[in-house]
Design a protein around this ligand. Structure first.
Ligand code: NOJ
Length: 573
């Protein structure tokens, strides 16, 4: 949207910080992070200057997918603390001028949620239709190979359908078999979800990050039938995306949610829909304020650019030209309508400095700060994931028994069964696995990095002796200090908040350069995305004269050349 300083929503100025509670800070020594740990570490967030805390799920859950499988939407899992502590957190954040965003996981519940327990109990239970129950494929016996109602593959390997022996029907689970999909076609489901959301807002939370919210509308015929997806070569599965991504009623459902939950109080809130597979055109509709659906979406294009034909565990080299083309398209597409969210990292992605930067000792600090500069200077609301602010890197997972994530574990099982080499499987997990993001936050150089006094649930990265919050807090040249400065710059400068984005040198293979313009003022951002110097003055003459607002090296020796991973924010008008 082309907002002015007067009418722009508050979140155009804001920076969100994501906490994955299990890995953030452990206050009771059981090796698992908890709310007590979050409460103890609020000074860190205040020091960084972030405006919003997004908490990944800490509701009661069997933890099949680390809490994204919820068995009670209105409580806190004892592993993470109590509802009273959550209230305390809301109060403590508000007292510091910060807001709290909860994770809303309503594409599916846990199979241990009472709704599902009822739904499974018999074919005529009143909640049967709250989930997607279907008989075996026509003419096939339930349980026979290939008898699943559709050929969809689950995100976590294997078929997306689980047979319930007792009732003889299959139930849909796009994620793990312990995460059955809710049937949003049923108005009672929607009413129950909206009621729960109002309950959280009444408790004082300031918004929601909506887990895979663009999957809630499936393409279903009036007679209830679902369709196979186009099948891949050599795979028993078809592509579920055309049947499940941004389905026919998605806008209707989100508009209804807005009416039922947010209307009247939305100006103080923030809503972000996680939307795998969303296109720019669709995102314009989702985030158009006139349509009143969500404030912004998490799109996945840039984090798919290094996926090969076999998906995320079949990585390919990333091209900077492609990355810029993708971001450029999103920046342009949401310039006059809607709004972008900006992220490199979250709990599902490998660490940005290892993936998009260079985590070798020589270049880690510069590449982490270069990436931070890019993150914070685009137009949109930046999201910083715990540990990103100190340049945490991927973990050197050596053996399969060190891996915890259900996605990696299931994929490894299938890959090994298909004859892949263990060494290759481990290399893929080291490169792409979600556990890279989930190793404990590195607070200090002590044996468990200050995360816990017990045994951490997932190993601490051995590099914590050098890379930790304590070591960076008072170091003006640290990754942490750079994030702090970037966040302050957004708060202070309307050009960063609202300025029009203009990509420069789109075909350059090493420079990422763009302008931000607002009311006759202009910032120029120039970054060297690589580990050798690049001459820049011949390409962008203005760099030599412009005022340097922020750089990521302690000194700037030569304004004609960007050193390895050097990043400048310059004022050109
Ligand atoms: C997206 C979440 O970010 C991810 O962690 C989770 O596994 C799936 N949705 C299923 O809830």
């Amino acid at each position: 949207m082309s907002w002015t300083e007067q009418d722009a929503p508050w979140w155009t100025k804001a920076v969100v910080y994501q906490v994955y509670p299990r890995s953030f800070a452990d206050s009771d020594g059981d090796g698992i992070g908890d709310l007590g740990g979050v409460l103890q570490r609020l000074d860190h967030l205040a020091d960084l200057g972030v405006d919003v805390l997004w908490l990944s799920p800490l509701y009661p859950s069997p933890q099949d997918d680390n809490g994204y499988d919820i068995s009670d939407y209105r409580d806190v899992d004892p592993t993470f603390g109590t509802l009273a502590q959550l209230d305390e957190l809301i109060g403590a954040l508000h007292a510091r001028g910060m807001k709290l965003v909860m994770d809303l996981v309503v594409n599916h519940t846990s199979d241990e949620h009472p709704w599902f327990v009822e739904s499974r109990s018999s074919t005529d239970n009143p909640k049967r239709d709250w989930y997607w129950w279907r008989p075996a494929r026509d003419g096939m016996a339930a349980g026979a190979p290939g008898a699943e109602p559709t050929n969809w593959e689950s995100f976590f390997s294997g078929p997306a359908w689980e047979l319930d022996e007792a009732t003889g029907e299959y139930c849909l689970h796009l994620f793990s078999r312990k995460q059955p999909d809710l049937n949003w076609e049923n108005p009672e489901v929607r009413a129950a979800v909206f009621d729960m959301m109002r309950w959280w807002l009444d408790r004082g939370v300031d918004g929601f990050r909506m887990d895979v919210i663009n999957l809630i509308s499936k393409r279903v015929e009036a007679d209830g039938s679902l369709h196979d997806g186009p099948s891949h070569d050599g795979s028993p599965y078809g592509d579920r995306s055309p049947e499940t991504v941004c389905g026919p009623r998605i806008h209707e459902f989100l508009a209804e949610m807005h009416r039922e939950v947010f209307a009247g109080r939305d100006a103080q809130l923030i809503t972000v829909g996680e939307m795998p597979g969303v296109t720019v055109e669709q995102a314009r509709r989702f985030t158009d304020p006139d349509r009143a659906e969500v404030d912004m979406v998490f799109q996945f294009e840039h984090v798919g650019l290094d996926h090969g034909p076999g998906g995320k565990f079949d990585p390919k080299p990333l091209s900077l030209v492609d990355l810029k083309a993708s971001f450029g398209r999103w920046q342009a597409g949401l310039a006059d309508v809607g709004w972008n969210s900006l992220y490199w990292d979250n709990h599902d992605q490998p660490r940005a400095v290892s993936r998009f930067g260079d985590d070798s000792p020589e270049h880690r600090r510069a590449s982490a700060t270069c990436l931070a500069t890019l993150l914070h200077l685009h137009r949109g609301t930046p999201y910083v994931y715990q540990g990103e602010e100190i340049g945490m890197a991927n973990h050197p997972f050596a053996a399969l028994d060190e891996v915890a994530d259900i996605e990696s574990v299931n994929w490894a099982r299938e890959a090994l069964a298909a004859g892949h080499d263990l060494a290759d499987v481990m290399a893929a997990i080291r490169h792409s696995g979600r556990d890279n993001a989930r190793t404990p936050v590195q607070w200090d150089a002590s044996p468990h990095a200050g995360f816990t006094t017990g045994t951490p649930w997932l190993a601490v990265n051995p590099d914590h002796v050098d890379w930790n919050v304590a070591a960076q807090r008072d170091d003006p040249d640290s990754v942490l200090a750079h994030h702090r400065r970037l966040i302050a710059l957004r708060h202070d400068d309307p050009v960063v908040q609202l300025g029009e984005f203009g990509m420069l040198l789109p075909e350059h293979e090493r420079l990422y350069a763009f302008t931000r313009r607002l009311a006759g003022r202009e910032l120029l951002v120039v970054c060297n995305v690589g580990s050798t110097p690049v001459d820049v003055a011949d390409l962008l003459a203005q760099v030599t004269e412009a005022e340097l607002v922020l750089g990521n090296h302690p000194d700037v020796e030569d304004r004609r050349v960007l050193r390895a991973w050097e990043a400048w924010v310059l004022r050109t008008a």
